[in-house]
Ligand binder design. Structure first.
Ligand code: UDP
Length: 377
């Protein structure tokens, strides 16, 4: 009999939720991660009294009451609502695209006026079935907004032209004919008070944990330790890149501590011109402002986010879900289906951009199925 029921590779949100569910069902769990900390890309670390999102900003949002209640077991959430602003050539616009954006851009006031302008710009573009991100964006908001707030930003973010990107990337942005700057349409939203690391640590309570541990480097030994393996790393790496490499977009974070209380007055400011090399600046204390009153802290921490092309060995951030990569992923998925006792999950296992609530749902479902399967055997 193996020492553990589950060996979970990856102590990010997927691995932590899977571990929690398995532990609560009385299973023996070992969680390993090659990084020196838990939390995956949601990892936060305190600097100058501020929780810093070390691998990019994470804002929790969901419309699923069960998921919301679930995360609230492990943390208290504040009332943060993401309302980014976009800077284009020293002009400031509200995001997502809403009446505040339209009125500033076109000096108009009513939804009717905004709809008319957008409709006439869509008419000029003459698109009916959007075949790529450019056409999708033009159909959603017209040419002015596309040129000022989408084109340069997207090209920087993805390293290719909007006309060469899949349309679905931009569809996750709401377009509203209301004066409402909430970036998300979900019913519940917030940031865990005290940071994501503390929340994920609570999820992992009771699990055995080994950090700085590379599964692939000690594969045989780890495989022998458990009945089943839950793998949340890169699926192509697991299979030794046998069909070739999946592509990701890389990110570099440049973080500085500034000797001032308030640098930009908002958690997220996007820079939409192509010529500015970073896509956005995060000012971490604003994620916490509303619950901690920490605007009075004398210092602030900011992070500039630079997208770059990815090569093997870099941290994988955004999967590049074009046709070529999706087809390659499908082949790996078929291989994965044949690995009877390995469960592949999370953002890297699914090779898909996933919001945190979707990661939680996936982990809960995968664990439920694994436990049920065990019962059947
Ligand atoms: N986007 C844009 N301008 C912006 C913000 C976003 O054109 O100011 C587009 C861009 O194509 C990006 C996509 O919307 O890839 C999704 O942006 P989101 O902010 O959801 O990206 P995330 O924060 O999840 O990385």
């Amino acid at each position: 009999m193996a020492k553990y029921d589950f060996l979970i590779v990856g102590a990010g949100l997927y691995g932590a939720v899977f571990a929690r569910e398995a532990l609560d069902a009385g299973r023996r769990v070992l969680v390993i991660d090659r990084r020196k900390h838990i939390g995956g890309n949601a990892y936060t670390e305190e600097t100058e009294g501020i929780q810093v999102h070390k691998y990019g900003a994470h804002i929790f949002h969901t419309s699923d009451k069960k998921v919301w209640e679930y995360v609230n077991r492990f943390a208290d959430f504040n009332n943060f609502i993401l309302s980014p602003v976009a800077v284009y050539k020293d002009e400031v616009y509200n995001l997502p695209f809403n009446m505040n954006t339209f009125s500033k851009l076109w000096k108009i006031r009513t939804p009717e006026e905004a709809k008319q302008i957008i409709a006439s710009q869509i008419g000029e573009a003459g698109i009916t079935e959007p075949a790529n991100l450019e056409e999708q964006a033009l159909m959603m908001v017209g040419r002015d907004i596309y040129e000022k707030l989408i084109k340069g930003y997207t090209r920087k973010q993805w390293g290719r032209e909007c006309s060469e990107l899949p349309a679905f990337i931009i569809r996750r942005l709401p377009v509203r004919f209301e004066y409402d700057n909430n970036y998300f349409n979900d019913r519940y939203q917030g940031i865990p008070i005290g940071g994501y690391t503390a929340m994920i640590e609570k999820m992992l309570a009771g699990a055995e944990l080994e950090l700085k541990t590379d599964f692939l480097a000690g594969r045989e030994r780890y495989e022998a330790l458990a009945d089943r393996i839950v793998y949340s790393g890169m699926i192509d790496e697991y299979f030794g890149y046998s069909f070739g490499e999946l592509e990701y977009r890389g990110l570099e974070f440049e973080t500085s501590v500034l000797d001032m209380e308030n640098y930009q007055g908002n958690a997220v400011v996007n820079y939409t011109e192509y010529e500015i090399p970073y896509t956005r600046i995060i000012e971490h204390k604003h994620f916490e402002l509303k619950c901690r009153g920490n605007e009075r802290l004398p210092k602030t921490v900011i992070t500039k986010e630079y997208p770059h092309s990815w090569k093997k060995g870099d941290e994988p951030y955004y999967p590049v879900n074009d046709e070529k990569n999706n087809a390659l992923y499908k082949r790996y998925r078929e291989l994965a289906g044949k690995e009877g006792r390995v469960i592949f999950g999370g953002r890297l296992g699914a090779y898909r951009y996933l919001d945190m609530d979707k990661v939680i749902e996936m982990a809960m479902k995968d664990c439920r199925e694994a436990l049920y399967r065990k019962l059947l055997h």
